[in-house]
Design a binder for this molecule. Sequence first.
Ligand SMILES: [Zn+2]
Length: 235
Amino acid sequence: MKLFRLLTLGLLIILSTSTSAKKLNILVVTGGHSFDHQSFFAMFDSFQNISYTELKHPEANLQLGTIDQKTFDAVVFYDMPKTISETEKESYYKLLKSGKGLVFLHHSQCSYQAWDEYKTIVGGKYHEEKNTPQTSTYQHDVTFAVKITDQKHPVTKGIKDFEILDEVYGNTEVLPGVTPLLTTDHPQSSKIIGWTHKKENSRIVYIQPGHDKNSWFNPNYQKLVNQAIVFVSKK
Ligand SMILES: [Zn+2]
């Protein structure tokens, strides 16, 4: 049954490749955190330059390592599973080795709390452990100002500073080697809320906003996600 599902998935990707040769083909990984599925994918449906296939946990991590890497350009993570097996980790190492672009959105920096290497892939970490100096925080429904650090960067070009209504994360860990793309001065938020870096051969972008449709329907946010996917897809 699993083999059949993988074959079906492979066929879907081949079909989407043949019908839209000029589009980027991406995988979108979901699961481990509830979200408004229809509104989230409405954002991807609006992207004229991108075709997508959704991979859902718990199968997604093994599928990532099984699908022919030539059939997709990048992976977007909007997932938040708690655990990962050693075999599943191999899928990530394979993606990094082959230089697949990776875009991590919102709660994907909270995944796999016990897998230390994960934060070096994302470039940061939301710490869930309680009552420590490292403990991260969240606050829903906050209107805050997003500042663009470099308006010439391919991920943020054409986007001016903007306001967004979203969830903020505070006291998150941001690794020193990343290049900040987005910041905010909101007191309940970490300062750096978007960045890019390289891990092995992969370009990686993390964008912290994205809790619900207040972001997904925001034209600035849509442009950010779209340009992040295009940027990481380039070799
Ligand atoms: Zn959230």
